[in-house]
Design a protein around this ligand. Structure first.
Ligand code: NAD
Length: 356
């Protein structure tokens, strides 16, 4: 018998094509009169913010904050909060990937303002109660239902032009949420069902997107898969893989989705024997006769994603510090955490070797 406690926390979610035009109604529904639009400082994200300002109506938009960056550094939040208060904002709308959603979550949880999230990657943060923040180079996470956005608006159109170098690492970021959910001690039958069917769907969607990046159905499967993966991440604790990625991202500035992509096969290899039942279910879900870690590594080679921490810019001399940090924190993981074994894992991931 596997005992569990389960309490669902899932925001109101609107999913479809052309749904961006519903953002104004959602903002109104939540009672905000002067929302701050949160995004990133690049042409694509700023154009999206201007479009949404027109949809909501300029009178109901307090301003645009394009300061979101990865790993939610505290100083960025402090500056954005001061700006939000100076323009009398009373709500936030996030328009972008996990970095943008992260900054909006940080503002919403500090102020109690409503948050409408419009995600444009497969990170899944919008569906989680988790907020990771970086203070003095150390990323820590906290979980609270108050961190969840009030509404998520998924518009598949916003993902049609996502380039391959973002699509595949971001899709594998979603697969990592499924994988770690499947061997979490907090797993329950609902999350297991979602994670297994989601693994099959996300895996096949990414294969389709390799040849047909603007296939609307494949994009919808991938975006729906990202939502469900976020729900899994929110409802069971994450293990070694997510901890390593937080360490590498927060303390060494590595890019989030790419780091997940490189580390995942190695973290699966580390946990393979201790989580054999889950791994065999993953093998069935993706239809492989290989061991799951090797199958994921081959899959990533086929998709053309990065496969080494070296190419992401990590210095070899930082591996020992990363192993220290990842073995210091305590968190549930199928295989016991051993600093020397973690260092070997990181060395293999750094070199771009296949998983052990
Ligand atoms: P990101 O939000 O930094 O986006 C990466 C890049 O892609 C940016 O330059 C962005 O402008 C661009 N971009 C976004 N959408 C695009 C699109 N549709 N087409 C083209 N370009 C697009 O990266 P991310 O991987 O989405 O998110 C990473 C951050 O999210 C990290 O800080 C991570 O910690 C956090 N995260 C948090 C959770 C959680 O539950 N708290 C879950 C996953 C990720």
């Amino acid at each position: 018998m596997h005992p569990f406690t389960f309490e669902a926390h899932i925001p109101r979610t609107i999913f479809g094509q052309g749904t961006l035009k519903q953002v104004g109604e959602e903002v109104k529904r939540l009672g905000s009169r002067r929302v701050l639009l949160i995004t990133q400082d690049n042409e694509r994200q700023l154009a999206l913010a201007h479009k949404v300002r027109d949809i909501i109506g300029a009178d109901n938009v307090a301003g645009i904050c394009a300061d979101a960056v990865m790993h939610t550094p505290e100083e960025v939040t402090t500056k954005a909060l001061a700006y939000a208060k100076s323009v009398n904002a009373d709500g936030v709308v996030s328009l972008g990937g996990g970095s943008t959603v992260g900054l909006a979550k940080a503002l919403a949880v500090r102020t109690g303002w409503p948050h409408v999230a419009v995600p444009t990657t497969y990170a899944g943060s919008e569906a989680t109660t988790v907020l990771g923040e970086t203070v003095n180079g150390l990323k820590t996470t906290r979980s609270d239902p108050k961190i969840l956005p009030n509404t998520i608006v998924y518009d598949v159109d916003l993902t049609l032009g996502m380039p391959a170098f973002l699509t595949f690492p971001s899709g594998i970021n979603a697969l990592a949420h499924y994988v770690e959910a499947l061997y979490s001690p907090a797993l329950n039958p609902i999350i297991e069902g979602v994670a297994l069917s989601g693994t099959t769907e996300m895996y096949s969607a990414l294969i389709k997107l390799k040849d047909a990046p603007t296939d609307v159905d494949a994009r919808a499967e991938a975006l729906g898969g990202a939502f469900a993966a976020g729900v899994c991440l929110a409802h069971v604790g994450m293990g070694l893989h997510h901890k390593l990625c937080h360490t590498l991202g927060g303390s060494f500035g590595l890019p989030h989705a790419e780091t997940h992509t490189v580390v995942l096969p190695h973290a699966m290899g580390y946990n393979y024997s201790a989580a054999k039942g889950a791994m065999q279910k993953i093998e069935r879900a993706i239809g492989t006769s290989e061991k799951a870690p090797q199958a994921f590594w081959d899959f990533e080679k086929k998709l053309g994603t990065p496969t080494s921490l070296k190419e992401l810019g990590l210095k070899k001399e930082d591996l020992a510090k990363a192993a220290d940090l990842a073995s210091k924190a305590q968190y549930p993981n199928p295989a016991p955490l051993d600093r020397e074994k973690l260092l070997t894992l990181l060395e293999n991931a750094w070199e771009g070797n296949p998983p052990a």
